[in-house]
Design a protein around this ligand. Structure first.
Ligand code: GDP
Ligand code: MG
Length: 596
């Protein structure tokens, strides 16, 4: 009966104890016996464990008997990081309530606020939970007050727990049963289910995670993905307990999985609605959107031979993660490789780390850039994913960049330092609120390009690690941007073009040519290294002519040492790229790309 079902998420800032609390809930409901309990059962990817963040949502069904009644508690785990906002919002759409978890020492942080606001937008019942009350420095009273000031939660409603010792967890389970509303929805109505996650199993194909909103889905039945437009037969369905546990049907209000012989995750869209084939299907659920890639970078095998190997590795990854995309790219400087699109910087790091873990290709990665929009002279809007695609200045009517709203929570002592940093990054302050006696929340609109570079690290370092940042897209806004080109003896070096603010062009152009001058070896002729915006040269350095004799350093004598040097020079040559009549080593490219 759906009146015995509770569907909820735990939302929290990173490290506030979400995974640990999930473990305790599994244990206290008897879903997992003590013996089977290994820590952080829900984070099943090795990488997630090593980074301590939950990347993909998981779901688990807990059975619990209370006062003679059987309850079905469905815990939907959400990714905590800003890059995965969309996935969080789809998970929230499957719940009636959330546990808003806050560390009793750290207090309210940027992602606490972002997640709480998202839960409010979905009209969910919020149960405020203060965790880690076992810590000697715990300050639950103050934290309850911070939560009231920033989120409007009632301090008297805060449940105090220690996910580590289990203290308060039984009370929390009572609270979930008493306060989270039961799902509405009619098991006899036409099937309408929300896809809130998916993962890939090498043997079974795509596993689709669903919440049934209306109707009933049965084994063997034909279903239709409304957005994707595809029809499939349900080969297996069931619940996570926490391993997959097949059953015959799932009804309105329930959460579980479907297996339909789908060969690629690219065919399963998070946020899609499942219904029946034919024209009597239920309406699509609101809120579906395509994942937006906001950050791009080029990935090249440092040895050109590994190109096919890299392609295979990227393909394997994208089967598991449809929000990551890649397409072949040829760079004059770096050869054949791929341009890859990510949801954000963390997403990019995760993919790179997986590539490194799962293959042994030596990778060269170009500096990340964001997506830009350009309105050209013909009035067309074009989306730009790499700087060298920016048209010449004469063809640009308007240059637009993505702006994000940043919420930064800092101890009062560091407000000045953070404001200065945000101003340097062309941020425009929107709000300033005090959370309690000690901490404030600053709201800034900042160009995403300035954020992705290293804003988070900079905030951490200027606040001794206490500052936290969260951001969400505001939209594209016009800005005075330009494409800065690097020209070597008259040839433009595509891989080194960057998009930057016009006011920064001189400084950045000078820095790049200075650096490049140091890295380019002398040729028989003079080499001119220039930075230019359109046809205007803004910086120039010259590498003087002279053939460098590598053996000159060894004043006669040791012949083996000479041979070694010559051998080294030969190997270095293999990694040389010709730009016009000038040879530039790959090392030079990397030096410049990692600086800019
Ligand atoms: P998540 O990032 O929100 O999933 O956080 P984790 O569950 O991974 O917890 C982060 C850290 O806090 C881990 O080292 C946990 O052992 C620790 N932790 C979690 N809950 C408690 C608690 O109630 N008390 C104490 N002392 N430590 C806790
Ligand atoms: Mg976790």
């Amino acid at each position: 009966m759906s009146s015995n079902i509770r569907n909820f998420c735990i939302i929290a800032h990173i490290d506030h104890g979400k995974s640990t609390l999930a473990d305790r809930l599994l244990e206290h409901t008897g879903t997992v016996s003590n013996r089977d309990m290994k820590e952080q059962l829900l984070d099943d990817l090795e990488l997630e464990r090593s980074r301590g963040i939950t990347i993909k949502a998981r779901a688990v069904t807990m059975r619990f008997k209370r006062n003679g009644t059987d309850y079905e508690l469905n815990l939907i785990d959400t990714p905590g990081h800003v890059d995965f906002h969309y996935e969080v919002s789809r998970s929230l759409a499957c719940c009636e309530g959330v546990l808003l978890l806050v560390d009793a020492f750290q207090g309210v942080e940027a992602q606490t606020v972002a997640n709480a606001f998202a839960a409010m937008e979905h009209n969910l019942k919020i149960i405020p939970v203060i965790n880690k009350i076992d810590l000697t420095h715990a300050r639950p009273e103050e934290v309850a007050e911070e939560m009231m000031n920033s989120l409007g939660t009632d301090p008297d409603e805060c449940v105090r727990v220690s996910a580590k010792t289990g203290q308060g967890v039984d009370e929390l389970i009572d609270c979930i049963i008493e306060h989270i509303p039961t799902p509405t929805g009619d098991p006899a109505a036409t099937l309408q289910a929300m896809v809130f996650d998916s993962n890939y199993d090498d043997f079974r194909g795509a596993i689709t995670y669903v919440r049934i909103m209306n109707g009933t889905v049965c084994k063997g039945q034909k279903i239709r993905f409304l957005k994707a437009g595809s029809v499939h037969e349900v080969v297996e369905l069931g619940r996570f307990a926490p391993q997959r546990q097949p059953c015959d049907q799932l009804k309105a209000g329930q959460v579980g999985y479907l297996i339909c012989n789908i060969k690629s995750l690219g065919d399963v869209h998070i946020g899609d609605t499942i219904s029946i084939p034919g024209d009597k299907h239920a309406p699509a659920l609101p809120g579906y959107s395509r994942p937006k890639r906001m950050v791009y970078c080029g990935l090249f095998p440092s040895d050109g031979q590994d190109f096919t190997e890299l392609r295979d590795a990227l393909e394997r990854l994208s089967i598991n993660d449809p929000s990551f995309e890649f397409e072949p790219e040829t760079s004059e400087a770096l050869g054949f490789g791929f341009r890859c699109g990510f949801l954000g910087l963390l997403h990019m790091e995760i993919i790179q780390q997986r590539l490194e873990n799962e293959s042994d290709i030596d990778l060269v990665q170009t500096a990340p850039n964001v997506t830009y929009e350009i309105i050209n002279k013909r009035g067309e809007t074009i989306s730009i994913h790499k700087p060298q695609d920016v048209p010449d200045p004469g063809d640009i009517e308007e240059f637009r960049q993505p702006i994000v709203r940043c919420n930064i929570i800092v101890p009062n002592d560091y407000i000045g330092a953070v404001m200065k940093l945000c101003q340097e990054r062309r941020g425009i302050q929107q709000t300033q609120e005090y959370l309690g006696a000690q901490r404030a929340m600053l709201g800034y609109n900042i160009p995403l390009a300035e954020v992705v570079y290293d804003l988070h690290d900079k905030i951490k370092s200027c606040t001794r690690g206490y500052g936290t940042l969260d951001y969400e897209m505001v939209g594209f806004e016009p800005a005075d941007l330009c494409r800065l080109d690097i020209v070597v003896n008259g040839s433009r070096v595509d891989a080194l073009s960057i998009v930057c603010h016009r006011a920064d062009a001189d400084r950045r152009g000078r820095a790049v040519v200075k650096r490049l001058k140091l890295e380019i070896e002398r040729h028989m002729f003079e080499v001119a290294v220039q930075a230019a915006v359109g046809s205007r040269v803004i910086a120039r350095e010259t590498v003087p002519a002279m053939r460098k004799n590598v053996t000159a350093k060894c004043y006669g004598g040791d012949i083996t040492r000479k041979r070694k040097l010559l051998q080294k020079q030969k190997e270095g040559k293999k990694r040389m790229k010709a730009i016009g009549n000038v040879e530039i080593s790959q090392k030079a490219f990397m030096a410049v790309l990692s600086d800019s």
